[in-house]
Ligand binder design. Structure first.
Ligand code: FPP
Length: 258
């Protein structure tokens, strides 16, 4: 197996992944139903999608429903699926107006009737958006994505990180994740974008997702921009090289591990 050691340059836009956590606690503290928390979470999504392009974010991946979330009570799962469908159907016009291309990652074969069709329609309708690539993870598991890629790749001899990444992500040119944000004080990755986040910076905030504002995104990005990204080397890479880079460092720095 070959590995791609040449630096991979990407445009100066960031890929941010967000684990939107805390909807339930936000609602419970207000004596509201958990569904109200998820509905308020959709409002936060609207704010962040609007703010992201102004903050140099070119790709935004949101964790809406993990493959492990099927373990939740049936009623909550059904409500989340209904909310997703509502969002996909009603948000499309606004996404098109704002140049947002929407894609959904994760399994589609276990989704309730109609949701998969709504996803396909929203993806087709927003396909020409070039301001922001919004990716929503639904019935998503990073481990499954990697496993499926491995199954597809089995037997192929010219496998590189790049060709394998295409199998994992389903995209020809997806920049690596630069920053993962998790709200609500939890500090876990929970099976989110494990391949794509190999060199991502992590930002954890106590803010509950429904309270997340454009300023919180700005704060996370300020913290991100203050960090040194060495990609295994000893010196920080220039910002334009570091952005979205998925290479594993130059040979000069090969002995450093961080
Ligand atoms: C985590 O909070 C949140 C989720 C599992 C669902 C996220 C969904 C949305 C924000 C709305 C639906 C999404 C779209 C794209 C329309 P939690 O319920 O685990 O909160 P808790 O940890 O406080 O219980």
């Amino acid at each position: 197996m070959q590995s791609d050691l040449s630096p991979k340059l990407h445009p100066s836009k960031l890929h941010v992944g967000i684990i939107m956590d805390g909807n339930g606690r936000w609602a419970t503290r207000r004596r509201l139903s958990r569904l109200r928390g998820h509905e308020a979470g959709v409002e936060a999504i609207r704010r962040v999608v609007e703010a992201a392009p102004q903050q140099e974010v070119g790709t935004l991946t949101l964790y809406a429903f993990s493959s492990d979330n099927w373990r939740r009570p049936k009623a909550e799962v059904a409500a989340l699926m209904a909310l997703l469908r509502f969002y996909l159907t009603n948000e499309v016009e606004s996404l098109i107006r704002n140049g947002v291309r929407l894609t959904v990652i994760g399994r589609r074969d276990r989704l309730p009737d109609g949701l998969s069709t709504a996803i396909g329609r929203a993806e087709a309708a927003t396909a020409s958006g070039d301001v922001l690539h919004l990716r929503i993870a639904v019935d998503y598991s990073a481990r499954d994505a990697i496993l499926n890629a491995a199954v597809q790749a089995a037997g192929s001899d010219n496998l590189t990180r790049e060709t394998f990444a295409r199998l994992v992500t389903g995209e020809r040119e997806l920049p690596d994740v630069d920053l993962v944000i998790r709200t609500s004080g939890e500090k876990r990755l929970s099976d989110f974008l494990l391949w794509e986040s190999a060199y991502a910076e992590l930002h954890f905030t106590e803010r509950m997702w429904p309270d997340f504002e454009a300023e919180d995104l700005a704060e996370a990005l300020t913290s991100f921009r203050g960090r040194q990204r060495r990609f295994g080397g000893l010196r920080p890479l220039p910002a334009e090289t570091a952005l979205g880079s998925s290479d594993s460092g130059t040979p000069v720095h090969a002995h450093s591990l961080d």
